[in-house]
Design a protein around this ligand. Structure first.
Ligand code: 39S
Ligand code: ZN
Length: 772
């Protein structure tokens, strides 16, 4: 039996990679410093796994930005706009230009598009393909990393993204072809890479093929057959580990079982039933090793040793001890580093901590399970088993998990609780009378720049170098400045700016009962950005208001309408580590009730507009369509529970970003928010068409300023976008706003851009007046 780790986190236990990368981009760290940090991080991961006794240690799972972008360089699929940079700059600078765009005296190129990695909060850079796309072995990173480990006497298992999944994850940049047809161009490059790895001494290779967790076509399946049969033919000695995760093989199982691979990896956390499907399948010829992904790479709960041992015994009895491996369900990229770093009892009580395992602890679990399965009865191993059983028993019986009042409240919910009183058209009329906003009302999505200064106040407050009073005073000043700024430039619906929030989900996790917070539980979201998902361990309730004080204060400063700002229940669920002892729908509705209380309290103190953001609603969609409608039904209901407790005069906003609405537009309409703001500026309003074709009934703010770039849009550009929107939507329904929150921007460009935005709205209004 081998232990198999699919990938390890790479940002550093204390986000060392983030810090040095950001300094490198600013010009305050050298390339050598950056590369050295990369080497250190890789080596410490390899050593950790080697010392723990892991058999299949991954390499090429490290990345300076993103593993799909790494594959783009490996396969030499560099879009034409980077050609000059490719000729003149180092490979690393080309790489960062593709990741982040590059604007200086010499170059002005945009970044590659970024999108969600399956149903995770990780984002990858989308490969771009043209009809005659050519490939070349441009970067030998996988080979270099294998050799780098070997130089330390560590033989690793290279992790390579399959050419088929690579093609499917990308986008055709022109019409007239199907990207899967590029496989014939790509395969020779792929085989050359494999040859390089074999020559360097690799005997096991993990080929990541997560598209097997999706609904794919017969043509895609044919491509997969071709890839693996040729691979087996060309490299008969190589042990190929076919690796998919995040869902069942499903319809692809029959194809998968035919493939001539050494081992087949199963994500048994996301899909435990497939084990029996495979063992019972008529074409399972017992010619493959099964890599049982039993350690959850997406969540932080301890593995149940007793149950897992039972599973292992069962499989061993059926296919033989030699054919069973133990593995993480997916890469540990989605797990935080090390639970041992969590020393603060305040944030993460011992009672909760004893239930958890981060990446380092998961590695240890894997090794312990292997020993237990082999019948190791040493004191050390048996103690671990006893501790595991005890911790999980304590969890089951824990009084801090169960809250009878929350369960009772949930059981009393009726259909009325998720419907507003009046229909949208009546509400719209009431709200227009009440709010007295001009045509083309202007607003923002909620957050204003999170400066280093603001973050340093919070950091000092947490380290007790700043008192609560002093911290609150600074936050108040910042809110006042943000309100005055918005008044000065003439925005219509103001926000308080969210400077008091570390993150739109973690902040609420800190305030709600049923959540615990880690100090160092960082998980990469994209590039150098990370999030610290709160740990939702028990029934959720809201002991005290969470945002009311700040929104109330902001409203007290201005006679203009101030909008309250909340994160929606689906997004809080999606971006937290969620308990696995009850259904997600039930947990989501509990969060919804807590947010409902907050919405009602905001209304109570006089907020006339309240925004409940749901940017993660689409990412929460199950990977396979057959499960969509069940999810959408409870997701929409949860949003409506949260937002339907207010009077008709209170205007509910929501915001969603970077998602395709095509196939879920009916459900977006079912949310029945009075106003929705969406991202449209990058696509020049193309994303709006879905709303137009659907005749989306409620008010809508198509983003007119791309906040993901420091570039300031001209008044004329914004006006043009608004003209376009005005041709598509009733003018009465149009709002004017940026694409998304402004927290990642700096003040200077924010000021200029918002001034231009207000000016464009004013011009649009004056044109309306002359038209009458
Ligand atoms: N998921 C979540 N949860 N939240 C989101 O906003 C998003 N947005 C989308 C999709 N998914 C999301 C895109 N993803 C960040 C992270 C994810 C994003 C977008 C942006 C981001 O900016 N993250 C920050 C980062 O990586 C961390 C934000 C944070 O929690 O830099 N900040 C804390 C705070 O403000 C801690 C800040 C910190 O680093 O309090 N403090 C320093 C330290 O502890 C000290 C700061 C100083 O003294 O200067 O060492
Ligand atoms: Zn957004």
């Amino acid at each position: 039996m081998k232990t198999n780790v699919l990938g390890y986190p790479r940002i550093g236990a204390k986000r060392e990679l983030k810090k040095v990368s950001e300094r490198y981009w600013k010009g305050t760290a050298t390339k050598t410093e950056l590369v050295e940090m990369g080497k250190q991080l890789k080596l410490s991961n390899w050593k950790l796994m080697q010392n723990a006794g892991i058999d299949l240690i991954p390499s090429n799972d490290f990345s300076f930005y993103d593993q799909v972008l790494d594959a783009t360089l490996t396969y030499g699929c560099i879009p034409a706009r980077y050609q000059k940079i490719k000729e003149k700059e180092s490979q690393l600078d080309l790489y960062f230009a593709m990741a982040r765009g590059l604007q200086n005296n010499e170059f002005d190129v945009t970044a590659m598009e970024m999108t969600k990695w399956f149903d995770t909060n990780y984002h990858y850079l989308v490969p771009e393909f043209t009809a005659n796309q050519e490939f070349e072995l441009f970067s030998l990173k996988p080979v270099h990393e294998f050799k780098e480990a070997l130089a330390h006497n560590i033989t690793t298992k290279p992790v390579v993204l399959s050419p088929v999944t690579y093609l499917l994850l990308g986008k055709e940049k022109e019409g007239g072809f199907n990207r899967i047809d590029l496989l014939d161009n790509l395969l020779p490059v792929f085989y050359k890479l494999i040859e390089g790895l074999v020559d360097a001494g690799a005997t096991y290779i993990q080929i990541d093929e997560p598209c097997l967790a999706l609904d794919i076509t017969d043509k895609d399946r044919e491509a997969i057959k071709k890839l693996y049969s040729t691979l087996a033919y060309k490299f008969p000695e190589l042990n190929v580990i076919l690796t998919s995760y995040f869902d069942c093989y499903g319809d692809n199982l029959e194809t998968v079982l035919q493939l001539p691979v050494h081992a087949l990896h199963l994500d048994l956390v996301r899909c435990s039933l497939q084990l029996d499907d495979i063992l019972n399948a008529t074409n399972f010829k017992n010619d493959k090793i099964l890599s049982l992904g039993i350690i959850d790479g997406r969540n932080i709960w301890k593995t149940n040793f007793e149950d897992t041992i039972a599973t292992i015994k069962k499989v061993e009895a059926q296919i033989g001890k030699d054919n069973v491996w133990l593995a993480t369900s997916c890469s540990l990229l989605h797990s935080p580093y090390d639970l041992d770093l969590e020393e603060s009892e305040e944030a993460l009580p011992v009672s909760v901590k004893q239930w958890l395992a981060f990446a380092k602890q998961k590695v240890d679990e894997l090794v312990t399970l292997k020993k237990l399965a082999a019948g190791d009865a040493s004191k050390e191993v048996l103690t671990k088993l006893v501790d595991n059983t005890r911790a999980l028993k304590a969890k089951k019986e824990s009084s801090i998990i169960h809250n009878a009042a929350v369960k009772a409240r949930l059981s009393l919910l009726t259909a009325k609780d998720s419907e507003r009183n009046a229909e949208f058209l009546s509400r719209q009329k009431i709200q227009k009378d009440q709010l007295k906003l001009p045509a083309y009302p202007t607003t923002t999505i909620g957050s204003f720049p999170q400066t280093k200064e603001v973050r340093s106040w919070r950091s000092k407050f947490k380290k007790k170098e700043l008192s609560l009073d002093a911290y609150n005073q600074l936050i108040k000043q910042e809110i006042e400045e943000t309100i005055r700024f918005q008044e000065k430039i003439g925005l219509d619906v103001l926000v308080h700016g969210e400077c008091e929030r570390n993150d739109m989900v973690e902040y609420f996790g800190e305030k709600l009962e049923g959540f615990a917070i880690s100090n160092f539980g960082w998980v990469q979201s994209y590039g150098s950005r990370a999030v610290k998902p709160p740990i939702l361990f028990g029934d959720v309730s809201r002991p005290v208001p969470m945002t009311v004080k700040w929104s109330d204060y902001a409203q007290s400063l201005s006679s203009k309408v101030v909008k309250g700002m909340l994160t929606g229940p689906v997004t809080i669920l999606q971006w937290s580590f969620v308990r696995n002892d009850q259904s997600r729908s039930e947990t989501c509705k509990q969060i919804a009730l807590a947010i409902r209380d907050e919405v009602n309290d905001l209304e109570e103190v006089g907020l006339q507009a309240i925004q409940v953001d749901e940017p993660a609603i689409r990412e929460g969609l199950p990977l396979r369509k057959e499960h969509w409608s069940a999810y959408l039904s409870w997701a929409v209901e949860s949003f409506k529970i949260a937002t339907s407790g207010v009077a008709d005069k209170t205007q509910i906003h929501t915001h969603m970003c970077y998602c395709e609405f095509n196939d879920i537009i009916q459900h977006i309409a079912n949310l029945d928010a009075d106003v929705i703001t969406i991202e449209t500026s990058r696509s020049k309003m193309d994303l709006l068409n879905v709303f137009v074709d659907f005749k989306y009934p409620n008010e809508i703010g198509p983003g007119v300023y791309d906040i993901h770039s420091p570039r300031v849009p001209e008044v004329s550009e914004i006006e043009e976008l608004l003209q376009k929107a005005s041709k598509l939507l009733p003018v009465d329904n149009i709002w004017v706003n940026p694409d998304c929150g402004l927290k990642t921007r700096d003040w200077p460009e924010t000021k200029l851009a918002l001034e231009n935005l207000v000016q464009a709205a004013k011009t649009m209004r004056s044109k309306l007046e002359t038209a009458y």
